[in-house]
Design a protein. Structure first.
Length: 182
């Protein structure tokens, strides 16, 4: 009785190598597609026309606008600054806003209680979703690559057991290692 048919010899090694190779090629193709789509700027920015914040301040330490927490927020433009009493409109020469959405005083003017109206742009929902998926995809690849040594160890053990089975089968065919007792 033959343990392995002739057409199955070496199939474990061949199948493992072709499976790993196919997986690597597939992952590389998917990475190229994802990076190309994200780099093509197919998604448009979403414009937030006006946002109002109360209890803000203008001083040397800087006030971070709440819109900074929006994903991909940029292009901040202050429309109006009014003190909390609603009487005094603060002239635009008294403050500056950075690209990161932080308001600083530009003159000696300081106020610890103002209302700021501003606009900015942020990533659209589809862009935020695709960036999140890209991050998850990258994290998944990192998780798999951390397990590669374990996977290779399992494959090596399977190969060793396969070699032992083949050696035992070959020994039986040759009549070596009879049924003697110790």
């Amino acid at each position: 009785m033959k343990l392995l048919p002739k057409y199955k010899k070496g199939a474990i090694v061949t199948d493992t190598v072709s499976g790993v190779g196919g997986l690597i090629i597939g992952v590389v193709i998917i990475l190229i597609i994802v990076s190309t789509l994200l780099g093509a700027n197919l998604f448009t920015k979403e414009s937030v026309t006006t946002r109002n914040e109360t209890g803000a301040f203008i001083n040397g330490t800087g006030y971070t606008l709440a819109g900074v927490t929006d994903t991909g927020a940029s292009g901040y433009a202050i429309l109006q600054v009014i003190n909390n009493s609603g009487i005094l409109i603060v002239p635009s020469g008294n403050y500056t806003v950075t690209a990161g959405g932080i308001v600083y005083n530009a003159t000696a003017f300081t106020s610890n209680s103002v209302n700021i109206s501003y606009s900015y742009t942020r990533n659209s929902l589809s862009e935020r979703s695709s960036n999140g998926m890209s991050g998850n995809f990258t994290a998944g690849i990192d998780n798999i690559s951390a397990k590669i040594p374990t996977i290779l160890l399992i494959v090596a053990v399977v190969f060793l057991f396969g070699a032992l089975v083949l050696l035992v089968a070959r020994a039986k065919q040759m009549g070596i290692g009879g049924t003697g007792s110790l």
